[in-house]
Design a binder for this molecule. Structure first.
Ligand SMILES: NC(=O)c1ccc[n+]([C@@H]2O[C@H](COP(=O)([O-])OP(=O)(O)OC[C@H]3O[C@@H](n4cnc5c(N)ncnc54)[C@H](OP(=O)(O)O)[C@@H]3O)[C@@H](O)[C@H]2O)c1
Length: 263
């Protein structure tokens, strides 16, 4: 679908990083953007930036773990904007630990926010997206969905589940005018890594560190909006990460060996 002046959009995880960058790119096109995350003060700051950039902004603070709060946020968006045509499901977090040292809470929260939280937003938004078709859902998942790495079992699982869910959804709604995409970035320069207590130097595979550059949030936002406008299913970036993902699909034993040798 084409993103025009006035297109009603909802971006989750809009208070920071990739979500903020998507909201600002939408604003530059004159879109109407509902901003969802938990921290209202940060959302108000992004809302001011959205207005300054030429968009309309609505703050709908909610925790994606709370189904009622998500439903109210979607309803407020539809009431205020008169509909919903683009959902950017981006809210997420990372918890990293070896499986044998991982508190149960790590797995539960990671799945609840990254995967179940995304499905809550999609289910609340879908009736409105169907009514307003042509419309689109784009999920910001991760290259970790395609290339598992150590310390990240719960995170990789949450993102692989998200990819599978969105791929199934695409088949269900594509002939009813709703496009579905999932964007799988490698490492992105946002507060995400600091919040997760991951040490990229020590914890990320050495080969990936050497070969895959860190992305800017704006690059991911551009890729996501291009996926929407061209109705692309899966987008993996940067291209070196796409090569790693492809080699894992074509030669999984070789990919495992390479990962262990260089990890
Ligand atoms: N940065 C990377 O290296 C990287 C790589 C690949 C994929 N990703 C994915 O990209 C997405 C955005 O991450 P980012 O890098 O932009 O990180 P970020 O700057 O930490 O932003 C995360 C956003 O999600 C929101 N959020 C977290 N928990 C939430 C909850 N329970 N309910 C509602 N909102 C919640 C946060 O806002 P509040 O805390 O205010 O709720 C914030 O707006 C995530 O899904 C992440 O997994 C990131």
């Amino acid at each position: 679908m084409k993103i025009d002046r006035g297109t009603p959009c909802l971006v989750t995880g809009a208070s920071s990083g990739i979500g903020r960058a998507v909201a600002l790119q939408l604003a530059r096109r004159g879109a109407r953007v509902a901003l969802l995350a938990r921290t209202e003060t940060a959302l108000e700051e992004v809302a001011a930036e959205v207005r300054q950039a030429g968009g309309e902004a609505l703050v709908v603070a909610a925790d994606v773990q709370d189904a009622n709060a998500v439903a109210s946020a979607v309803e407020r968006t539809v009431e205020t904007f008169g509909g919903l045509r683009l959902l950017v499901a981006n809210a997420g977090l990372g918890r990293y630990a070896l499986v044998e040292e991982q508190p149960a809470e790590h797995v539960e929260t990671t799945i609840s926010v990254n995967y179940v939280g995304m499905t809550r937003v999609v289910r609340a938004a879908l009736p409105h997206l169907l009514t307003a078709a042509p419309s689109h859902v784009v999920g910001i998942t991760s290259s970790a969905a395609l290339i598992p790495h150590r310390l990240a079992s719960a995170y990789c699982a949450s993102k692989a589940a998200s990819n599978a869910y969105l791929a199934a959804l695409r088949l269900e709604v594509i002939d009813r005018g709703v496009g579905v995409s999932w964007v799988c970035p490698g490492v992105v320069d946002t507060p995400f890594v600091a919040k997760s207590e991951l040490d990229p130097e020590a914890d990320l595979p050495r080969l990936a560190r050497l070969m895959v550059r860190t992305l800017k949030p704006d690059e991911v936002a551009t890729a996501a909006l291009s996926a929407v406008e061209n109705n692309r299913a899966e987008v993996v970036l940067p291209w070196t990460m796409r090569m790693f993902a492809m080699s894992r699909r074509l030669a999984p034993r070789f990919a495992d060996w390479l990962h262990r040798m260089t990890g």
